[in-house]
Design a protein around this ligand. Structure first.
Ligand SMILES: *[C@@H]1O[C@H](CO)[C@@H](O)[C@H](O)[C@H]1NC(C)=O
Ligand SMILES: *[C@@H]1O[C@H](CO)[C@@H](O)[C@H](O)[C@H]1NC(C)=O
Ligand SMILES: *[C@@H]1O[C@H](CO)[C@@H](O)[C@H](O)[C@H]1NC(C)=O
Ligand SMILES: *[C@@H]1O[C@H](CO)[C@@H](O)[C@H](O)[C@H]1NC(C)=O
Length: 356
């Protein structure tokens, strides 16, 4: 057996016979990596084990236990920072897109479709992806390298050194708000959304141009009169140990919502005064409530997906989407198809056959 293994190993590593190159191979210039900017690393945040003494703690799902042990941690090192001129001049709409480290394909398609940095009727759009680090240390090493490459190529990665997980989305949100305060406070409006939504950014500009960035605006898919889900197998399970309250304040579904810079500042004031709550969109509802503000509904935001209004239209028909602001959830290939269809100047809707 050992001999066979040795044989296989030798066969595998011996180079295949290559014809000698006719001229010497050109030496490609090896790109030099920029020296990473030095940020003073915050002291590592230690778990607060006092909650572990609670009789219910041991039987909680792992993500709940993790949340409880680390929820006081709010300072994390910045691993990738967009270039200083990201928000130079006057930015009308900042697209702040929550993305998991490995979602490279989704980021690529967003860059090439609705998230392209451009001007729409004179309004400047800027894009950043909000990313944490992969929970698996081996993957994290690889994926951090990928994000470094993306940051270098596109200048659109904002990454922190915390574990990117569902229950850490609130942390992402809070860290983004404080980043925005120092780096992009001038942007008139922010779209805060997931990387698997289709955002009709042109329609958003039209909608937002009718609003004052220095007044309250927080719109999306409004959710009211709901409370914590108490079944442990749900993704949204929130046990009594996290909150005993049976009611959530009104909030907008986290898939995508729009806010003004006035409201972003209000959220920034509220966030440090509240305990982190693991569901990020509910947490923002709590922040709004604390500031005496309310979220509003926009019928063009469909974070729960869409149903075609008539049998004749497929639920993927661009004629249907051209009226909307944002729809959850799209596969990367669907985003490209939809963007292409909506960008056709001659997209005609009406009696003729469907586009898809
Ligand atoms: C640890 O948690 C307990 C409650 O579980 C709290 O009273 C205490 O202030 C926390 N300590 C720190 C350092 O956050
Ligand atoms: C912020 O916007 C104002 C105009 O709204 C502009 O005069 C100012 O230069 C901008 N500041 C920065 C830092 O871009
Ligand atoms: C959130 O991130 C911190 C830092 O990486 C980690 O210690 C904690 O376990 C994470 N919490 C959850 C719920 O994933
Ligand atoms: C619509 O425009 C596209 C190019 O943008 C063209 O390929 C297509 O043939 C046009 N369709 C019609 C019906 O004019």
């Amino acid at each position: 057996g050992a001999l066979i293994l040795l044989f296989l190993f030798v066969v595998r590593v011996s180079p295949p016979g290559c014809p000698a190159p006719e001229r010497p191979l050109e030496i490609l210039e090896v790109p030099t990596w920029p020296v990473p900017r030095v940020h003073p690393p915050p002291a590592p945040c230690r778990a607060n084990f006092s909650v572990a003494a609670h009789p219910d703690f041991a039987e909680m799902p792992e993500r709940v236990r993790d949340f409880l042990l680390y929820k006081h941690c709010r300072n994390f090192r910045l691993l990738q920072d967009p270039p200083p001129d990201k928000c130079a001049g006057s930015v009308f709409l900042l697209l702040a897109i929550k993305s998991s480290p490995r979602n490279y394909e989704r980021r690529e398609v967003v860059r090439n479709t609705w998230g392209r940095e451009r001007q729409v009727r004179g309004a400047r759009l800027r894009r950043i992806f909000l990313v944490g680090t992969d929970g698996d240390p081996h993957q994290a090493f690889k994926v951090n390298r990928l994000l470094e490459l993306e940051a270098k190529t596109y200048g659109d990665i904002l990454q922190w050194d915390f574990q990117d997980s569902f229950f850490n989305l609130t942390l992402k949100q809070v860290l983004f708000l404080s980043w925005q305060e120092s780096r992009c406070t001038n942007a008139s409006f922010v779209l805060n959304g997931d990387d698997d939504v289709f955002a009709h950014t042109n329609n958003m500009v039209t909608f937002l141009q009718g609003h004052d960035p220095d007044h309250h605006l927080f719109v999306g898919h409004l959710i009211q009169n709901v409370g914590p889900i108490r079944v442990p197998w749900s993704k949204y399970y929130v046990p009594k140990l996290v909150t005993a309250n049976e009611r959530y304040p009104p909030y907008c579904g986290g898939g995508g919502f729009l806010l003004s810079r006035f409201t972003a500042a209000a959220l920034r004031h509220a966030a440090p005064t509240l305990d982190i709550f693991p569901i990020d969109d509910v947490f923002l509802g709590m922040c709004l409530q604390q500031q005496g503000l309310a979220p509003a509904s926009h019928s063009g935001v469909r974070t729960a997906g869409v149903q075609s209004p008539t049998k004749r239209l497929s639920s993927f028909d661009p004629c249907f989407y051209r009226e909307l602001l944002l729809v959850h959830r799209f596969q990367p290939f669907e985003m490209l198809l939809m963007w292409d269809a909506l960008s056709r100047p001659n997209l005609t809707c009406g009696q003729q056959g469907r586009v898809y």
